[in-house]
Write a protein that binds this ligand. Structure first.
Ligand SMILES: C[S@@+](CC[C@H](N)C(=O)[O-])C[C@H]1O[C@@H](n2cnc3c(N)ncnc32)[C@H](O)[C@@H]1O
Length: 273
């Protein structure tokens, strides 16, 4: 692939400056594939997010319970899902990530989050980590996530709010911080309106609870120090915060009785302290 130099030069990780694909181009994940499983690399925060998703996974309610990991990337959730006792199917658009996910025990399937290659109501849990902010059709991706959830099933997602704070924390500052999102991976125009997200899930009988997420301050300082000294970095998990205007997690349970999607007003999200 021919690439142009990034006029802003390399970022603080010494990356960038070469791969100037358009913002939100999923091919960037293929180019960065070597970083998926590096806890000190440019996907470090995804490791911390996977750890915080694991804290809200319900225990499996039946033998052979299935967790569908929409946009599983390199499969960072795999050890957490195995520990929780679910079968783990991961769907992603990118082959490089899927290969890694498969090597970590995920049953990896290539597909688009807008057309999941899975049957209706197959999943006890659907996880969609850091993908809603990459998809331009919120109603369609929400409908797909809800379609594959069993009645009574759980959804766990995290994404970035369409706010001034979301843009500053994830792009202006976040893209320049070690461990933060690599440059140009996000298009702020696709960040997620929290009310619209809650409304779309509500149409499918899922009431979302939102919790803000931030890196743990002391843990992050230790991570930076260890990384600078070339030592093994500590394992972090995101800290919960009341502020959902930046990075946030949303969880919900699909109504036990399968309800047809509604078009009227839907329940709004609960904000969790
Ligand atoms: C920020 S990564 C998150 C990966 C993983 N969920 C995690 O948290 O480690 C976003 C992932 O979304 C995938 N992706 C982007 N658009 C997609 C789409 N339309 N359908 C499926 N996967 C998509 C990318 O290939 C990438 O692996």
């Amino acid at each position: 692939m021919t690439v142009a130099a990034d006029p802003r030069g390399p970022d603080l990780l010494g990356r960038g400056g070469t791969d100037l694909l358009p913002r939100n181009d999923p091919r960037q994940y293929d180019e960065l594939a070597d970083d998926w499983w590096d806890p000190a690399g440019c996907f470090a925060m995804l490791h911390w997010l996977a750890a915080s998703r694991a804290t809200v996974l319900p225990a499996p309610s039946r033998a052979g319970a299935l967790l569908v990991d929409v946009a599983c990337g390199g499969g960072l959730l795999a050890p957490h899902v195995a520990r929780a006792g679910y079968r783990h199917v991961g769907v992603d658009i990118g082959l490089a990530g899927l290969r890694l996910a498969a090597s970590h025990g995920v049953r990896a399937v290539q597909g688009d989050a807008l057309h999941l290659p899975l049957p209706d109501a197959c999943a006890d849990v659907v996880v969609a980590g850091e993908v809603f902010e990459h998809i331009p059709d919120l109603p369609a991706v929400t409908a797909e996530v809800c379609r594959v959830m069993r009645p009574g099933g759980t959804v766990v997602l995290d994404t970035i709010a369409a706010t001034w704070f979301g843009r500053v924390s994830s792009i202006t500052v976040g893209e320049r911080l070690p461990g933060g999102p690599p440059q140009r991976l996000h298009d702020p125009a696709l960040f997620v309106d929290r009310a619209a997200l809650a409304r779309e899930f509500g149409r499918h009988g899922v009431v979302l609870t939102l919790t803000g997420l931030r890196p743990p301050v002391v843990g992050y300082a230790r991570w930076l120090l260890a990384r600078a000294l070339g030592r093994a970095v500590p394992t972090l998990s995101m800290a919960p915060t009341r502020l959902t205007a930046g990075l946030f997690q949303a969880t919900g349970v699909r109504a036990p009785q399968s309800v047809p999607p509604t078009t009227g007003p839907a329940p709004t999200a609960r904000q969790e302290p």
